[in-house]
Design a protein around this ligand. Structure first.
Ligand code: AMP
Length: 401
C-alpha cells in the first residue's frame, strides 16, 4: 500500500514542499515538488509548482503572508495537479530545525506540542518561528490530516554527554540549555542508512563518517546507526567552513571584535552567519564560483578552497578517533555529491588511515550512490545523494504508526 505525505519546509520568506507517495518499505515516488519565495516582502515572489507527470505551473505575485502563500500552493495543486483530495493525504510532515533536548524523535503535532515548540524559539530565533507559522497555517488548512514535526536535531539526541557537553559554567548549561545539539539530522540518518545498505551490512554493525557538504555543512560520526558526534553545536554555526558561515573559530573572537571594531553582539553574530565562510574568504558562497575563480588564478579563491578542505580533513581524523573503526567515509549534499576536487583535497594524506580516493572513479560523470575509492579499499569512500524529504516523509509515517 502506498501512502501520500506532503512535506513542508517553511522558512522566514520561503516555502519548499514535496508530495511523496511511500510504499511499505519506505521507498518513495515524488508526485510533485515546488517552492514559493519572497513571502512577506514588498516585491512579488514566485510560486513554482512541478507535478511529476504534468507541465510546470508558475505564478508571480505579492505573497503578503505565509497564509496567502500556502493558499496559492493549494490552488497550484488544484489547477495543475495532482489533486490533494485524490491523493488522499495520509499526513503532513513539517521540517522543524530545533527540537532542543525535548524532542528526541518525530512527534505528532497537537496544541500542547506546538506550545512546547514555541518555548524553544530562543534556541533558534531565525528558524523555528517560521517553522511554527507553517505548522499553524497547515493545521488550519488541513484540519483532518495528521501532522508531524520532524526535527533536524533529533538524530543527534543519542550523543553521549562527553560529546554534547561544553566546558562552560553550570548556570549556562542548566538555565540556558547551552550544549551541542547538532543539525542536518534527517540527512545524516538517511545517508548513513543507505551507506550500510550499499556496503551490504546491517545498520547496527556499521560505523560511518558522513560529510554533509551543502550551503550549510556538517560532519557526523554514526556508530551502529546512532549519531555519537557531530560538528554543529548550539546553533548551525559551529564546525565546517560553509557558504556564508565561519564554522569553528576561537570563542574569544566576538568579544575581541566588540572591543576593537565597536561591533555589537548582533552584528558579530550576523557577520559570522551571513558574511563569512566561502563568501567571506572568496566573495561567493557558491563553491562553483569559487572553483572557477581559483582556476583563473585568484589566490583568495584558492585559499578559500584549501581552508574549506583542510577543515574537513581535520574532522575526518578526529571522528576516526571517536569511532575507532570506520566502515566508510561518505560524501553528500551539493558539494559532496558534485565536487570531485573537494573529495580529493579533503582526503589527501589520509592513506595511512586506509582512506584513498580513486582518481578515475572519483572523476567519473556518474550520478547516484557509488564508491569513489578503489575496489577493496580498506575504508571505502562513498558518494550517497541525500534525500531529506523522503526521510521526513518516512519519519512522519513512523510517528503515526
Ligand atoms: P545544497 O545546500 O545541498 O543544495 O548545496 C548547495 C551548494 O552545493 C551550492 O552552494 C554549491 O556551492 C554546491 N554545488 C552544487 N553543485 C556543485 C558542483 N557541480 N560543483 C561544486 N559545487 C556545487
Amino acid at each position: 500500500m502506498t501512502q501520500a505525505v506532503l512535506v513542508l519546509n517553511v522558512g522566514s520568506s520561503s516555502i519548499k514542499y514535496q508530495l511523496l507517495a511511500l510504499d511499505d518499505a519506505g521507498e518513495g515516488d515524488r508526485l510533485a515538488t515546488g517552492s514559493v519565495d519572497r513571502i512577506g516582502e514588498k516585491g512579488p515572489g514566485t510560486l513554482r509548482h512541478r507535478p511529476a507527470d504534468a507541465s510546470a505551473w508558475e505564478r508571480t505575485e505579492v505573497f503578503a503572508s505565509h497564509e496567502q502563500a500556502l493558499d496559492s500552493v493549494l490552488e497550484a495543486f488544484r489547477s495543475a495537479g495532482p489533486g490533494l483530495d485524490a491523493a488522499e493525504l495520509t499526513a503532513i510532515g513539517h521540517r522543524v530545525v530545533h527540537g532542543g533536548s525535548r524532542f528526541t524523535e518525530a512527534t505528532v503535532l497537537d496544541d500542547d506540542v506546538v506550545g512546547t515548540l514555541r518555548e524553544l524559539n530562543p534556541l533558534a530565533p531565525l528558524h523555528n518561528p517560521p517553522n511554527i507559522t507553517g505548522i499553524e497555517v497547515a493545521r488550519k488548512a488541513f484540519p483532518g490530516v495528521p501532522q508531524v514535526a520532524v526535527f533536524d536535531t533529533a538524530f543527534h539526541q543519542s550523543l553521549p554527554p562527553s560529546a554534547y557537553t561544553y566546558a562552560v559554567p553550570r548556570e549556562w548549561r542548566e538555565r540556558y540549555s547551552v550544549r551541542r545539539y547538532g543539525f542536518h539530522g534527517t540527512s545524516h540518518a538517511y545517508v548513513s542508512r543507505r551507506a550500510a545498505a550499499f556496503l551490504g551490512q546491517t545498520v547496527e554493525e556499521t560505523n560511518v563518517i558522513v560529510l554533509h557538504l551543502g550551503n550549510g555543512a556538517s560532519v557526523c560520526a554514526v556508530e551502529g546507526g546512532r549519531s555519537v558526534e557531530t560538528s554543529m553545536g548550539l546553533t548551525p554555526l559551529e564546525g565546517l567552513v560553509m557558504g556564508t558561515r565561519s564554522g569553528d573559530l576561537d570563542p574569544a573572537v566576538p568579544a575581541y571584535l566588540q572591543r576593537v571594531a565597536g561591533l555589537d553582539a548582533e552584528a558579530v553574530d550576523r557577520e559570522l552567519n551571513r558574511s563569512s565562510g566561502l563568501l567571506g574568504l572568496a566573495g561567493s558562497n557558491d563553491l562553483r564560483d569559487v572553483q572557477k575563480a581559483a582556476e583563473a588564478g585568484d589566490p583568495d579563491a584558492r585559499l578559500a578552497h584549501e581552508v574549506y578542505c583542510h577543515r574537513i580533513r581535520k574532522y575526518i581524523g578526529a571522528y576516526y578517533a571517536v569511532l575507532g573503526r570506520v566502515d566508510a567515509v561518505v560524501f553528500t549534499a551539493g558539494v559532496g555529491e558534485n565536487d570531485e576536487r573537494t573529495r580529493v583535497l579533503s582526503t589527501q594524506g589520509l592513506e595511512r588511515l586506509g582512506i584513498r580516493v580513486d582518481p578515475v572513479r572519483n572523476a567519473a560523470a556518474e550520478r547516484g550512490e557509488r564508491a569513489v575509492s578503489a575496489p577493496g579499499a580498506q575504508v571505502p569512500v562513498l558518494v550517497i545523494p541525500t534525500d531529506e524529504e523522503i526521510e521526513i516523509a518516512r519519519q512522519t509515517l513512523a510517528a503515526l504508526a
